[in-house]
Design a protein around this ligand. Structure first.
Ligand SMILES: [Zn+2]
Length: 206
């Protein structure tokens, strides 16, 4: 990590990794954690990790979750998503007004608080707990790769970046980073779920 004491002067706007990159990092983090802990997460843990990987940007009203997933075309689906959408928009509004964008939700303090709440609510479900915490953590790691960095020690106003200069969001470098993580994730997935290898074997010509 490279601390950068120069406080950025404006809001990052587009300076955040895109939703696909975060989704890949979320799945990658869960698979990596499974590899390290010897756990074999059930299938449903992966979408949970993806949603958790989007959660820290809920403080950005323009993010996937911050705008409340409001553009559903299906009316029935809309009825179900409306309360969730309302809750997401409210937390988005609250967070951006009280602590500002990319502050608490992108810090170790925020991650610890999130882990505490997740443990209190879902401590009995280790797979879900793991998916939520590593998913949210992966978001901070992904954002620490980009030019803006993350305020890891918030409320201390020090930006941290994993790479000098950082990767511009939406650029070719982000695509390459996402591709590398995708490759590593695919490898780890086959290690964690040996059944997948069998599946691949079926696809290969004899
Ligand atoms: Zn972010």
């Amino acid at each position: 990590m490279i601390p950068d004491s120069a406080e950025p002067a404006r809001l990052p706007g587009g300076e955040t990794m895109n939703a696909t990159t975060h989704a890949i990092f979320g799945v990658g983090a869960l698979t990596g954690a499974a590899l390290l802990t010897g756990m074999e997460p059930p299938l449903y843990a992966y979408p949970v990790a993806v949603v958790a990987a989007w959660l820290p940007d809920v403080d950005n009203p323009r993010s996937t979750l911050g705008n409340g997933l409001s553009r559903q075309k299906n009316a029935a689906l809309n009825a179900v998503t409306r309360p969730v959408s309302w809750a997401l928009r409210t937390s988005s509004f609250f967070l951006v007004r009280v602590v500002g964008h990319r502050t608490l939700t992108h810090s170790l303090l925020g991650l610890a608080l999130f882990a505490l709440v997740a443990w209190l609510l879902l401590g009995g479900y280790p797979n879900l707990f793991l998916a939520l915490v590593v998913g949210a953590g992966s978001h901070i790691v992904a954002d620490s790769l980009n030019t803006w960095g993350v305020p890891l020690l918030w409320p201390l106003k020090i930006q941290f970046r994993l790479l000098p200069g950082g990767v511009r969001s939406g650029g070719a470098a982000e695509f390459v980073v996402a591709l590398v993580v995708l490759g590593l994730t695919a490898y780890a997935l086959f290690e964690v779920h040996p059944a997948l290898r069998g599946l691949l074997g079926l696809l290969q010509p004899l």
